[in-house]
Design a protein around this ligand. Structure first.
Ligand code: SIN
Length: 275
């Protein structure tokens, strides 16, 4: 197995691994903890294989707003058709932070990709935390974020998801029911490293403060954590599988491929309480 880092802060491409085989699992897991985003090319895997590979990282999680595949309810298809303008996941976020126990990892497998465009950006929220001043780290260490599934800053989940016609979206009207409080600086259970855990997509305010009072610092943090030096970019091809650590990263699916089709399969695994 060969590990080729993608950027300074996070991300690595892993060569010489067939994920359908069990080989090198320990090394893969160590690389996952070190690089937080792992990219595997040319993986010929079916949904049943994706379930098995996902299970290496944790138990499968249910996604509340998109119906899963027939026979594989935990896997759903992320699709943008050539005639659609809106994409799924096109804003910085960590997956389902509005759940009490969000998934530790997400696996995304590319079935069909545009000729160009449709990359996914990732940022290390651990590097972003480390780069804060001592003074601000002390402030954020004492804050709790309130996270909602409503996508308030994106125009509202129901409204946004109406435009993703080819995906099996449902129950978006119940988005306001999904609210969870999590530390703004969470500690990775394996490495002990702290990472920011706040996004414009999900975090509405700090506990004990109004949205208006929270906005200046929240806006600073969400802009700070996506500085180029904390990021890497994954370019997809059919067969690419990327797995990322939601505890110390955020991602953003770039919507720059109108007129072309993009089709991925996604599973989240390992429900865990952020601490
Ligand atoms: C997501 O946010 O899970 C979608 C990412 C992508 O399609 O690149």
């Amino acid at each position: 197995m060969k590990v080729v880092p993608l950027a300074g802060a996070l991300g690595a491409e892993i060569h010489g691994v067939d994920l359908k085989q069990d080989a090198a699992w320990n090394e893969i897991h160590q690389a996952f903890l070190k690089y937080a985003v792992l990219v595997f090319r040319d993986q010929k895997i079916e949904p049943a294989d994706l379930m098995k590979i996902g299970a290496r990282f944790g138990e499968p999680c249910h996604y509340p707003f998109v119906t899963g595949m027939d026979k594989f309810p935990f896997i759903f298809e992320v699709i943008k058709e050539p005639d659609e303008k809106r994409n799924f996941g096109g804003a910085w976020h960590s997956d389902t932070a509005y759940l009490k126990q969000p998934p530790l990892a997400t696996l995304l497998h590319a079935v069909q990709t545009p000729e160009h465009g449709g990359d996914t950006l990732f940022t290390s929220t651990a590097a972003a935390y480390d780069a804060l001043s001592d003074g601000l780290r002390k402030v954020v260490d004492g804050l709790t974020g309130v996270n909602s599934a409503e996508l308030k800053h994106g125009g509202g989940r129901s409204n946004l998801h109406k435009g993703i016609g080819s995906m099996k979206v449902h129950d978006t009207d119940s988005a306001a029911d999904y609210v969870a409080e999590h530390p703004i600086a969470r500690t990775h259970p394996d490495s002990g490293r702290k990472a920011l855990y706040a996004s414009r997509s999900h975090t509405t305010h700090f506990k004990g403060m109004t949205e208006e009072e929270s906005a200046p610092l929240l806006n600073f943090l969400v802009q700070h954590q996506v500085k180029p030096e904390f990021t890497c970019r994954v370019r997809w091809a059919p067969g690419t599988l990327t797995v990322w650590d939601n505890r110390c990263t955020q991602h953003n699916a770039v919507n720059d491929y109108h007129g072309q089709r993009r089709h991925m399969r996604r599973i989240t695994v390992g429900a865990q309480t952020p601490r």
